[in-house]
Ligand binder design. Structure first.
Ligand code: FAD
Ligand code: DLZ
Length: 480
């Protein structure tokens, strides 16, 4: 049997399920840089450069490992390039008897692939993506037995399944979750090493030129590109995180600071989501640090919870609730996304910092995404779908399976409380306590309405950016 195996830009894993369904003697692999994927949202330039460079390196690694591969660069696939077009071309050239694909991370693509058997007159097998801990069936089984689909209970199942931080069937330290210890403000002068920075090699430099030329109008800076683009480089970045930041991970998880873009965050989502790092291996590496006595339990547990808990849980919700999920708008929010989300041109210091950093790095940490850009949009009633497209475009780790539940569910309450029990809106007092932004802001954090030098209408930040207040404000519970 001759197999054609299509490998996508976020499937850069050597033990991908589609590869395990075949072998080197009968498989012809296909990878393609195509405009359709590069432009379905206006991706940040660094996200594009990361994707193309990591794809090119992975293609080279597969060939070195003995696989036969056709790799189509963007220059070859042209302005109208699409995955379907490249598959059609490969089917014509190699006459395969079967098309193998690992399930894509986005519903739109899965639906399209489901039509390919008929379109190409070829059996198409969509293999489950085994890089996740919970299969769709396991998630559905768990969800069927729950009144509320809360992450915490799902997480406990994942702890039991993986055995991570478990002792004799019980959680290490006698508690499942040490989050209560993870809300510290940043001590003055506390500094962090920041993520591993990798110098661009020739492949990355070529891709940077390509992106600058072909995507000049997209958001984002290409200067100072430091992402890892190979498995080995990503593993170095992970080791760097384990040594330098994991010990502090829990303590300052909710903090923000003007001078610290990354704090103790791992900046590993980019690599895990693209397939350069295995999530379970990453969680196990954190557990090993705890077991060796090098990191406290609250840090290891906090990090592991994000990966085997939140990451798996949002994926489960996405696949269970699509296609309706991305249309959800429970609060009836209809304002357009303010233009400054694309430029950072606002006098609100916290937003200026978060968006400015996003433009430079294609990265912002969770609290910036949730409590700053997310909260502002929620409070001012931005249409969730516009915000969803923004998050999907601007972060290098963004794919719909993980971005949509975080944006529509966790951040905007657009799903009406499926993912979170109440809308998550940070008050100014909270932002002031957890960051140093308010000190440097043109607006006075203690003034609930109006703003210095701004029109005295509600809310101050909206007045600044020419958005009139909502006529029918949604109920908001402010975290204080
Ligand atoms: P760390 O703080 O170091 O956390 C460790 C790992 O845990 C992350 O690498 C990630 O894999 C996982 N993780 C942590 N929180 C979450 C979460 N809420 N959901 C899923 N996984 C999580 N994450 C993405 O990977 N892609 C997205 O497109 C994305 N969009 C988001 C949009 C909004 C509005 C919000 C509020 C959150 C979003 N997140 C997204 C979740 C989270 O913000 C990022 O995973 C995190 O900031 C990535 O940075 P890090 O690797 O330094 O994370
Ligand atoms: C994100 C992305 C980009 C920018 N470009 C490509 C591409 O040219 N070819 C490809 O196979 N994949 C790309 N990707 C990743 C896909 O968009 C991703 O596989 C789907 O969104 C499913 O998660």
């Amino acid at each position: 049997m001759r197999d054609l195996v299509l490998i996508l830009g976020d499937q850069l894993s050597p033990s991908l399920s589609s590869l395990r369904r075949t072998d080197k003697s009968r498989a012809h692999l296909l990878m393609a840089e195509v405009m359709e994927e590069a432009a379905y949202v206006p991706h940040h330039k660094k996200k594009l450069a990361f994707t193309f460079s990591a794809m090119r390196h992975h293609g080279a690694a597969l060939e070195k490992a003995g696989w036969t591969l056709t790799y189509r660069k963007l220059e070859e696939t042209g302005k109208e390039g699409s995955l379907a077009r490249e598959v059609a071309r490969a089917v014509k050239e190699y006459r395969p008897q079967r098309l193998l694909i690992t399930e894509p991370g986005e519903y739109r693509l899965k639906k399209e692939m489901e039509s390919w058997a008929e379109r190409f007159s070829l059996p198409v097998e969509i293999c489950p993506d085994t890089r996740f801990i919970a299969s769709h069936e396991e998630f559905a089984q768990w969800a069927a037995g729950c009144k509320d689909l809360r992450m915490e209970y799902f997480y406990r199942e994942m702890r039991r399944k993986t055995g991570l931080l478990m002792e004799g069937g019980e959680p290490c330290g006698g508690k499942w979750n040490f989050d209560a210890e993870n809300r510290k403000s940043l001590p003055k002068g506390q500094r962090f090493a920041g993520p591993q920075r990798t110098a661009p090699d020739k492949t990355t430099r070529d891709v940077l030129k390509l992106v600058e030329k072909r995507f000049a109008a997209n958001m984002g800076s290409l200067s100072d590109f430091w992402f890892a683009v190979t498995r080995e480089e990503a593993e170095t970045a992970r080791n760097h995180f384990l040594k330098t930041a994991l010990p502090l991970f829990g303590d300052y998880q909710d903090a923000m600071a003007r001078e610290e873009r990354f704090l103790a965050h791992s900046v590993l989502s980019i690599y895990m989501n693209a397939g350069l790092l295995d999530p379970l291996e990453t969680a196990k590496a954190a557990e090993a640090e705890y077991k060796a006595g090098r990191v406290p339990l609250n840090a290891a547990e906090g990090f592991i919870r994000q990966i085997i808990g939140w990451r798996e849980y949002v994926r489960g919700i996405y696949w269970q609730r699509m296609p309706g999920y991305i249309e959800a708008n429970a609060l009836g929010a209809e304002r357009p996304l303010p233009g400054f989300y694309w430029t950072g041109d606002t006098q609100l210091a916290c937003l200026k910092a978060a968006i400015g950093q996003t433009i430079e790095e294609a990265y912002a940490h969770h609290i910036q995404r949730l409590m700053l850009t997310g909260t502002f949009a929620l409070l001012t009633g931005v249409r969730p779908q516009e915000l969803h497209e923004w998050y999907l475009a601007v972060y290098a780790d963004a794919y719909e399976w993980v971005e949509a539940p975080n944006t529509l569910g966790m951040s905007q309450y657009a799903d009406g409380g499926l993912l979170g029990s109440k809308p998550y809106a940070a008050s100014g007092a909270y932002i002031n306590r957890m960051s140093d932004h308010c000190k440097a802001c043109a607006y006075k954090v203690k003034e609930k309405t109006g703003a210095p030098a701004a029109a005295p209408s509600l809310p101050a930040c909206s007045a600044r950016n020419n958005i009139s207040p909502r006529s029918n404000p949604a109920p908001i519970y402010a975290a204080s």
